[in-house]
Design a protein around this ligand. Structure first.
Ligand code: SF4
Length: 317
């Protein structure tokens, strides 16, 4: 069979489902390629999308395929009457087991040299802006070993949504450490659950980057972050962790700035995320443009000084 693949999100990050689909069909002797033209005929075209339409608009279905299969979280997110996004389980199907078990075919993304892993799924937190619990369940459960994703790459990007909440985290942390690869916890470890043994595990790894999150402004996590700042390892750039901060959901600007200043003063790198960014206020966009611009954030200490700092910088150049 001739199989076509479409990564609807673009090719900005390897799509795990498509890599597994590719591996599965290649193991059956099928020809697998990126769908690229209406001129060819395909037996099946797979379209996969991780992000919602607001961030990753859908693309037209190809007409030159006997069958088109669409899948991924992005296709199951719909907009509610209140303007918020919801995960609709009815519109989502997990990959068939025989595909889910395939080792990812990294050759379809030759531009990336790292491995991606998802060794646990689910999260007990059920944050109302997040789709993980609805999609994967309210417990963080080990679903695979690191060797199911990694075959010697120098770096592993860990996609587990809340590894810190997983009962088997000791085993998984040890597996990550034993690879000797650079480890990047891309999705955020849960600082509220991080214990001394977790910190010890992290400290014994080759740590490329660790991300945390401080999404709820009503929760004061200063002490937790202070503790990690004292005991935790710096990342490969000699910095403490990056911390995602959700804004535009249920926080005031005062609460946003409080979290930003607290983290910065403890030595972290805050990173502003905006809920429903396409409809966000100008002020929130300015805030994001300041905090997420490392050079500007380093020279301008207060949000109210952003415009004057920019003017000074412009007059110097
Ligand atoms: S802790 Fe993270 S993964 Fe878990 S529900 Fe909240 S945002 Fe989602």
């Amino acid at each position: 069979m001739r199989i076509g693949l479409i990564d609807v999100d673009g090719h900005n990050f390897p799509n795990l489902a498509l890599m597994r689909i590719s591996a599965y069909h290649k193991s059956k002797g099928d020809t697998v390629e990126w769908w690229w033209s209406d001129l060819e005929h395909y037996d099946i075209v797979y379209m996969s999308k991780v992000f919602s339409d607001a961030y990753s608009p859908d693309v037209p279905e190809p007409l030159n395929a006997d069958k088109v299969i669409k899948g991924g979280t992005g296709y199951a997110i719909s907009l509610g009457n209140d303007g918020r996004e919801y995960f609709d389980k009815e519109n989502h199907a997990d990959l068939p087991t025989e595909i889910e078990r395939c080792f990812p075919d990294y050759s379809i993304y030759p531009q990336y040299e790292f491995a991606v892993s998802m060794t646990s799924r689910g999260c007990p937190r059920q944050c109302s802006f997040c789709h993980v619990a609805a999609k994967e369940g309210c417990r963080s459960v080990k679903v695979a070993d690191v060797s199911d994703f990694w075959n010697g790459q120098k770096e592993i990007k860990v996609l587990d949504p809340n590894l810190t909440a997983c009962r088997d985290k000791r085993d998984l942390m040890a597996q990550y450490r034993e690879t000797g690869a650079w480890i990047d916890f891309t999705q955020g470890l849960d600082i509220r659950l991080l214990n001394d043994a977790d910190i010890e595990d992290i400290n014994r790894m080759k740590l490329k980057e660790v991300h945390f999150a401080w999404d709820n402004p009503k929760e004061d996590l200063t002490e937790r972050f202070d503790n990690y700042a004292k005991l935790g390892k710096k990342n490969s750039k000699g910095r403490l962790a990056t911390v995602y901060l959700l804004t535009g959901f249920n926080s005031t600007m005062e609460e946003n700035l409080w979290r930003i200043y607290t983290l910065r003063d403890l030595g972290y790198h805050p990173y502003v995320m905006i809920y429903d960014k396409p409809n966000a206020s100008k002020e929130l966009r300015r805030l994001q443009g300041w905090v997420n611009n490392p050079k500007l954030f380093a020279v301008c200490k207060r949000f109210e000084d952003v415009d004057s700092t920019k003017r000074q910088n412009a007059s110097r150049t």
